[in-house]
Ligand binder design. Structure first.
Ligand code: FO1
Length: 316
């Protein structure tokens, strides 16, 4: 069996722990297609937060408290940069993490595409699944905001890390998406998949940038594999992160039903065949989509694995 997961953010990385465990139990093969909209260049280094969250989490090296970056991290480089007065001072790179960005940036500058660089980094971390960036092309999520009396587009990282999403926000723009091509291997993986899962990631800034690559959206929406999404909203609140702020910007209600309807049924040009919601959201209906309510809190690997088994069951 071949499983493809569209994913991004820390929730997506934790979901993949369960996908990997279930896949091992049933002898399935997993490919994660990972959001690159959060990617940013800082201090001359190319930083890919979502690819790294997945790589570190599955490699057993993620910081469980922060959710991003490496466990047992030190911050000497960050402190030294601050002493030079270098901006952006609101974004912190850990020392261990910086080594990853140095390797990545050097390889990119030597001409390797991000998908090959990611495979090279994964040789160390052995995530046990195939990790693919959605695209090898430049695609960045920018956010149109009002700051200091001015309307402007800022990078997603500035919106989230510097302003914590607490500025008047008008829209999200996936710069480069229209002309971006799927990274090598993405269309093959989706085309050969037995099921496509949409992780309980932020639908607006983690999943939407992947689907903003036209050929990826087309392959998922019109491909042979059934598509099952897992709700990132439980009982009207996001599992973690800023999905509530993002949905409010789009004037979409923060509820499992509203996110399911936003993705929409495949039969009507949307994405979903199935929509998994939490037991507290039992009864939620998304017209044209099979819904099922099961426990969705990813408290540990066993519960997350159970939830993945439920998602695959719904795909049948
Ligand atoms: N999040 C923060 O809240 N503050 C930071 O300084 C920060 C630095 C950072 C560096 C590398 C990296 O891979 C992630 C980092 N994050 C930081 C997390 C990141 O902003 C977001 O949580 C993700 O982009 C959302 O998925």
């Amino acid at each position: 069996m071949r499983i493809v997961v569209l994913t991004g953010g820390i929730g997506g990385a934790r979901f993949l722990v369960g996908v990997r465990a279930h896949a091992r139990a049933i002898g399935a093969d997993v490919t994660a297609v990972v959001n690159v909209g959060d990617d940013v260049r800082m201090h001359g280094l190319q930083i890919c937060p979502d690819l790294d969250s997945v790589m570190y989490t599955l490699g057993g090296a993620a910081d469980p408290e922060r959710g991003w970056g490496r466990v047992g991290e030190s911050w000497v480089v960050k402190e030294e940069l601050a002493r030079y007065g270098v901006e952006p001072s609101w974004f912190g790179l850990g020392d261990k993490d910086t080594a990853t960005h140095l390797v990545r940036t050097t390889m990119l500058q030597a001409g390797f595409p991000l998908s090959q660089v990611t495979a090279a980094l994964c040789e160390r971390w052995q995530p046990g699944i195939t990790l693919l960036p959605a695209t090898d092309d430049r695609l960045e999520t920018h956010v149109v905001v009002d700051v200091e009396g001015e309307r402007k587009a800022i990078h997603f990282q500035e919106w989230w890390v510097r302003y914590r999403g607490e500025v008047p926000t008008h829209r999200f723009v996936f710069r480069g998406a229209e002309s971006a091509k799927p990274a090598t291997g993405v269309l093959d993986a989706i085309g050969q998949a037995d099921v496509v899962l949409i992780a309980p990631s932020n639908p607006v800034v983690s999943i939407a940038p992947i689907l903003a690559v036209p050929e990826i959206r087309d392959a998922v929406a019109n491909g042979p594999a059934p598509v099952v999404g897992v709700s990132p909203i439980i009982g009207g609140s996001p599992v973690r992160g800023m999905a509530d702020k993002c949905l409010a910007t789009l004037e979409v209600e923060v509820s499992a039903g509203a996110v399911g309807r936003m993705y929409g049924p495949r039969a009507e040009g949307g994405l979903l065949d199935g929509w998994l919601v939490d037991t507290s959201d039992a009864g939620v209906e998304v017209p044209g989509v099979r819904t099922r309510a099961v426990p969705l809190w990813m408290r540990d690997e066993t519960l997350t694995t159970r939830m993945v088994a439920d998602a695959l069951e719904l795909a049948r």
